[in-house]
Design a protein around this ligand. Sequence first.
Ligand SMILES: [Zn+2]
Ligand SMILES: [Zn+2]
Length: 248
Amino acid sequence: MDKRERPRLAACPWPVGVRRFSYRLFPGHCLLCGTPSGRPLDLCADCEADLPLNRPSCQRCALPLATAPDGDLTCGACLARPPPFQYCVAPLRYEFPVDSLINSFKYRGQFSRGALLAELLLAALQQTALPELIVPVPLHWRRQFQRGFNQAAWLASYLGRRLAVPVERQLLSRHRHTPHQQGGSRQQRLHNLRGAFRLNRSLSGQTIALVDDVMTTGSTARELSGLLIKGGAARVDIWCLARTPLEK
Ligand SMILES: [Zn+2]
Ligand SMILES: [Zn+2]
C-alpha cells in the first residue's frame, strides 16, 4: 500500500492553503441542486449521498453486479477471460445524474463538472497504489477536432497534477475512427478495435493507470492495456469516472 500523503477532497488543484482561503471567499455551490455546499467541493452532502455508487461490482473490471454474493466478486467475463489490466476503479454508475454531469463536461466543455467528477474519482483512489505514469485513452483526431478537447486527457492531466504523477498524453494514439463500442457482439467490438491504436514508444516495466471518462463494454480497456503490457508495462490499472452495465 502506498504511504504517500493523499490529497483531500477539493474542487481545484491549487495548494490546500489557497483552496481553504478561496473557499472562505467563494464557498462551493452544489452543481446538482444549486445550494451552498458548505465545503470545498461543488456538491452538497445530500446530493453526494444520492449518487449512484457502483456497488456491488466486479473487483476486476468494475462491471455493475445486481446482487452481492458472498466472498469473491468477479464477473463471468473476467473469470472466463481475465483482462490484461489488473483492476478497474470506477466509483459511479453511468446513471442519472452522473450521466448528465459527464455529458455536460464532455460535450459542452463544462470543466467545473469535470473537476467535480475528477475529485470523486480521487476520493475513490485513496487506497490505491500510485502508478508511475498516467495515460489517457486517446481520441481520434477527427473526434477531438469536433469536440475541441479529449475528455480523458483533461481528466488525466487533472489527476496527474493532484497526485503528482507524470502524465504522458502521447504514449498511445488512435489511428482509426472506430464506431461507438456499445452494442454488437464481443467479436464485432474486438474486430472494430484491431489495429485502431498504436503505442508510440516501448516501456520498461512501468506501472500505468489508463484513464477514461466512462467504461462501457471494456473492449477498449482490454485492447489498450494489452498493448501497454505487450509494449513492456509491468502493470496497468484502469481509472474511470463511471461504468455502464453491459446490457442497457
Ligand atoms: Zn446538492
Ligand atoms: Zn469483471
